[in-house]
Design a binder for this molecule. Structure first.
Ligand code: GLA
Length: 417
């Protein structure tokens, strides 16, 4: 065998091994809660326990939200054996007992670290201690690790190496741990994320609790800015490895410690509903940030809409494609299992829009999207409005609708018998 062949064989064996290790994890986009945007460093074991209780009480757990994830600023350095330890003031009982509490509720437990010496918040991180930390996380009962990339070299090669170091350590730990890559899309993680053992990878800077900002920059990425960054990434997302357009701002109303922009009140309920719908269309991880102990009815109605969630969680695991971007209207199309479809009409303009949509006008570049279903059969679908929870017609005639500013219409196309 020549050198190139040997290299290819080794590479394929490696790819296959990492794919097999990931076989059972994150077959649908992970759903849960994360502490960061609401609480930042003010997280502690009391809050985490109460969030787990609230998951059960409010129906979040039954709707499919399962991971309770502690983000940055939980760390208290290393002990004299170099084992990472939590801040004893915030987590006096230790992480193991906290994870047990979460598990006892039928939920899963997640934690955060970083591929350098210090995290984004300036706390102890895992570089050089991947083996020790993976063992510690496994011992504690961690089911999900968000792995950040602050204070690390900027180049792609180093990032790949550092993520691989931690995912290999996690695999060796013997516990199945979802691995969430967080380097903000700077080094095209959609290309290499899965091969280094990632189950999801952030595609953008942190989301702020705002509909749209003038310019997408670190610290000023709005929901629409982030949405636009997902276009073209469809083919990289699927069961076991998801594009992650960052967490859900739904219900924060400008109260989040990290997500809030100065003098801004967050979004309206209509905007939160659209944000949630679009993330479901994208097959995005659904990681809630609001304080679930204290949700109003509007927030509950959005986060607990099971018809919408089932579009996100569809086993086919396809990210929607934007098929129309015209005059303030975006249309997204997502194939679902059993030949069904989800379609989302979004009004990005500041006024009301009337739409007269002809189902026969639907075209898609099949080669790019990889979709094989034929549109001929689109004539025979029932239209199910997933927010009104009722059927509103079929695809035999044009769809005539009005959508208010920043709102969506999401339909499930159900095959007629
Ligand atoms: C980065 C991540 C955020 C959060 C913070 C914590 O900014 O992108 O999601 O984890 O670090 O410091």
């Amino acid at each position: 065998m020549d050198k190139l062949t040997i290299f290819l064989v080794v590479f394929l064996v490696f790819l296959n091994a990492s794919a097999q290790n990931n076989k059972k994890l994150a077959l649908t986009p992970p759903m849960g809660w994360n502490s960061w945007n609401m609480f930042e460093g003010d997280i502690n074991e009391k809050i985490v326990k109460e969030i787990a209780d609230a998951f059960v009480k409010t129906g979040m757990k039954d709707a499919g939200y399962v991971y309770i994830i502690i983000d940055d600023v939980w760390q208290g350095g290393r002990d004299n054996r170099n084992r990472i330890v939590p801040d004893p003031k915030k987590f006096p009982s230790g992480i193991k007992l906290l994870a047990d509490y979460v598990h006892d509720k039928g939920l899963k437990f997640g934690i955060y670290s970083n591929a350098a010496y210090y995290t984004c918040g300036g706390f102890t991180a895992s570089y050089g201690f991947e083996k020790e930390d993976a063992e510690t996380f496994a011992k504690w009962g961690v089911d999900y690790l968000k792995y950040d990339y602050c204070n690390a070299p900027k180049d792609q090669k180093t990032a790949i190496k550092r993520y691989l170091r931690m995912s290999s350590a996690l695999k060796k730990s013997g516990r199945e741990i979802v691995f969430a890559i967080c380097e903000w899309g700077r080094r095209e993680p959609w290309i290499w994320g899965k091969t280094v053992g990632g189950n999801l990878w952030r595609t953008t800077w942190d989301s702020r609790d705002i509909w749209e900002t003038k310019k997408y920059t670190a610290g000023r990425a709005g929901i629409m800015n982030i949405l636009d960054k997902q276009i073209g990434l469809e083919k990289y997302s699927g069961p076991g490895g998801w594009n992650d357009p960052d967490m859900l701002m739904v219900g924060l109303y400008g109260k989040g410690k990290s997500s809030s922009l100065k003098y801004k009140k967050g979004c309206s309920d209509v905007e939160y509903k659209s944000h949630f719908s679009l993330w479901c269309m994208l097959a995005a991880p659904l990681i809630v940030n609001t304080d679930v102990r204290d949700m109003n009815e509007a927030t509950k109605n959005i986060l607990l809409n099971r018809e919408m969630i089932s579009i996100d969680q569809d086993p086919l695991g396809k990210q929607a494609t934007r098929i129309v971007d015209e005059d303030g209207i975006n249309i997204f199309l997502k194939p679902l299992q059993n030949g069904e479809w989800a379609i989302c009409f979004l009004n990005r303009s500041n006024g009301i829009k009337s739409i007269d949509f002809n189902w026969e006008s639907l075209t898609l570049n099949k080669k790019e999207s990889g979709y094989s279903d034929s549109y001929k059969s689109l004539k025979n679908y029932t239209l199910r409005d997933v927010w009104k929870h009722k059927n509103i017609g079929n695809t035999k005639s044009n769809l005539k609708i009005k959508i208010i500013s920043h709102d969506v219409l999401v339909l499930r196309l159900i095959r007629q018998k």
